[in-house]
Design a protein around this ligand. Structure first.
Ligand SMILES: *Cc1c(COP(=O)(O)O)cnc(C)c1O
Length: 353
């Protein structure tokens, strides 16, 4: 069997959820959209079921997957409704919906309902992607109430730069949200992971932690005590020596600058390991840090074993996990940990308590 696998550590996931909840206070929706950021939504939701106040996903389909897996906690649809026929399904499965656009209010107004919907009304406090502008929040709230089809309304907003400590835009978003909603009743929800870890003023009734649950700190270096949940690993499946001046792999990007012992690893971009990372990107072989050399190919990549005399055939190779933070690879790839984690595929997933 091909040795490429993703080990998912439920104890770390639970630790990170508890940490988020205690840092923030109040309650926390565990964000498990996009297949729990690539970790397996059903499995992760089950592992959190006895401690999580609820879950958040992008859409109805993702929520139904969790209901089918036996998840009974509240589930919030972060993008809300795409079409009016989703309302009946949302009610049948006891789902909460974000309302972020006027068209969604119209869907609610024009659909016959058998019971009230639980709504999270989204305020555009400055990200300008989704939500009602501060001056339109009151009218949106009044229309929802006047429809007679909506029960509780929670007020929410989302930050554009919460992962950047001390930037003024996040404070400005908080102030705009508060000013727009001061006269309205209901619970509040502001903080994503960055908000939980870096913005005390954003701590309200509900947190919405996502990336931090998976142990990728959105503000690395701050000693937040998160534990990595995914270890992406494989094994050395061949070893060869190349002479000084000899090329390695596609495009001959790497040329040996000394006699080099090369380990061939069963992991490639088809597994979600990014192709764009340069020579020198860290990998851990038998828990010792060495470097990637040569272009990443579809199914394989190559690592430098020259200084690791004990490493060889069958040695364990960690691409990211507790030895190599996924943030480090994201940096090498010019992206963020979110994208790398979401992209993991083809490898075998193994879950541990
Ligand atoms: C994805 C998402 C989150 C979680 O964000 P993280 O940065 O992963 O913590 C929270 N709120 C909303 C509205 C989202 O779309």
């Amino acid at each position: 069997m091909r040795p490429a696998r993703a080990l998912i550590d439920f104890a770390a996931l639970r630790h990170n959820y508890r940490l988020a909840r205690s840092r923030h206070g109040g309650r926390a929706l565990a964000v498990v959209k996009a297949n729990a950021y690539g970790h397996g939504a059903r499995q992760c939701a089950r592992a959190l079921a006895d401690i999580a106040d609820g879950f958040a996903v992008a859409c109805l389909e993702e929520a139904l997957e969790l209901r089918a897996a036996g998840i009974r906690q509240p589930i919030l649809l972060l993008e809300g409704l795409f079409a009016p026929d989703e309302i009946a399904e949302a009610l049948r499965h006891d789902l909460w919906i974000v309302v972020h656009h006027e068209a969604q209010i119209r869907m609610i107004e024009t659909t016959e309902l058998t019971q009230p919907l639980t709504v999270w009304l989204k305020v555009n406090s400055g990200m300008n992607r989704a939500g009602f502008l501060p001056q339109a929040v009151d009218a949106a709230w009044q229309r929802l109430k006047a429809s007679g089809k909506v029960g509780d309304i929670t007020l929410m907003t989302h930050f554009a730069r919460a992962d950047e400590p001390h930037v003024i835009t996040t404070s400005a978003q908080i102030e705009r949200f508060d000013a727009a909603t001061a006269h309205l009743p209901g619970a509040r929800s502001l903080a994503n992971s960055g908000g939980v870890l870096g913005w005390q003023a954003a701590h309200r009734d509900w947190a919405r932690p996502g990336i931090l649950l998976y142990g990728a700190d959105p503000m690395p270096g701050n000693g937040n005590g998160l534990k990595p949940v995914m270890t992406l690993e494989s094994r050395v499946i061949a070893v060869r020596e190349i002479e000084t001046g000899e090329p390695l792999g596609y495009g001959a990007r790497f040329v040996a600058e000394r006699p080099t012992r090369v380990g061939l690893v069963a992991m490639g971009y088809a597994d979600g390991y990014p192709r764009v990372v340069p020579d020198g990107t860290p990998v851990a072989v038998d828990d010792i840090c060495t470097r990637l050399i040569g272009r990443v190919s579809m199914d394989m990549l190559t690592v430098d074993l020259t200084d690791l005399p004990d490493a060889g055939l069958d040695s364990r190779v960690e691409l990211w996990g507790s030895s190599i933070p996924v943030n480090r690879i994201a940096e090498a790839a010019g992206t963020i940990a979110y994208e790398l984690l979401c992209n993991v595929k083809r490898v075998r997933f193994e879950y541990r308590d």
